[in-house]
Each structure stands twice: as structure tokens, then as C-alpha cells.
Design a protein around this ligand. Sequence first.
Ligand SMILES: [Zn+2]
Length: 227
Amino acid sequence: MEEAASAGARVSMGKGLLAAAFLLGVAGSAALAAPAAHKANASGGRLATRIVARSVSAPQVERLVWRGADVDGDGQADFANPTGHDTRKTDPYGCGEFGASRDGGARRHEGVDFMAEAEQPLVAPISGYVSKIGFAYPGDNVLKFVEITNPALRYTARVFYIDPQVELGQAVHVGQPIGVHHTLEQKYPGGMTDHVHLEIIDNRGARIDATRLITARHEPASEAAKG
Ligand SMILES: [Zn+2]
């Protein structure tokens, strides 16, 4: 009985070392580290678990999780990131943050750009009703925007570069799909990061920085996957 137990322990240790060797091989790969962690934990190898814990805490397996502000205090987010992706950084055409310089400093960027993939679903940044569907640029009947107005919260949001799947007057809920992204590749072929331009307009009619209401924090990828 004693012998059987120690043989079992050896086998288990052997498995742990194998898992550890495998994990050391992929430790540099963020994409592989998290799924490998689950496998190693399931096999129960203690050595493997320790190594996994170290690789999971590495910065490259963290991801951005976006949260909308709860401005009416009902415990629910009142804002959502329309693409779910990070903000557009600097590219050959400029930067995506609110207030960034445009036209050589002649005007300022009145929205926030969130990176987007061609034809990805876009969600409503606020609840309300569709108060306008329009064209983003004069003389261009391809690139559109959807405007959503929320009279109770007294905010209006405009989502640009969307192929709408909603109609004028339709009620929408924050986070609900309202269309798909229309790529900017044809409009700006010189290397602009594809994105959705989001404008949030407050009760005074002023455009405000959407990242004051839609904020990101870093979470370990494994934690983010749970919730
Ligand atoms: Zn923009």
C-alpha cells in the first residue's frame, strides 16, 4: 500500500514536471498562457501551478475591461463602449482622444475614437431613442452616424461610421447592438487606425470627453474571462 502510494506520487510529480516544461516553453506567449493554466491546474501538479501563477501575472496577459458610469444611481451602467476596444492612439492622421488637434490646430477633436474592426457589431453607448440617422461628411453618402437621445438622463450620443440596423424613433437600450462598423479604409487610405467616433453631448449641448463616462481598467485575462 505504501509502495503504491509513493509510485502514485512519482507519477504525479512526473506529470507536473512535464506540464512545467511545457509552460516554460510558452511562457512568452500571452495567448497560450491562460488556457495552459487551466490544464495544469486540472492535472494537479503543484510545481506547474506555481509557474503558471507567475506567467498569468505577467503584464501581457492583462486586458482592458470597460465600464460605463452609473449617473442616475440605479446600480446599472448608463454608458457603454460602442466597440469594446481601446481608444485610437496616434496615427498618420492624428490622435483619437478628446480635444486632440485637427486641421493643423484649427479645430479640436470633439469626440473619442474607439478602435473597431470592419463590420464588427456596434452597441448603443446610452439608452434612449434614435433621434437622428445622418451622414458623417457633406457629399459622402456612405459613412453614417446614429444619434441616440436620452431625455431622462439628458445626454445625447452620436456613433459615427456605422451601418445602422435601427430606425428613426426606435427605442434602444445601452449595450444593445445598433449596427455594424463601416471601415474607414477607403476614406482614409493612408494608414488611419480604423475606429468609431463617439460624441457625448451633455444637457447644455456641449460635447464632453466620453472617457470620463466610459472608463477602462486592466484586469488579468483569466479574471476577465470569468466575468
Ligand atoms: Zn473622431
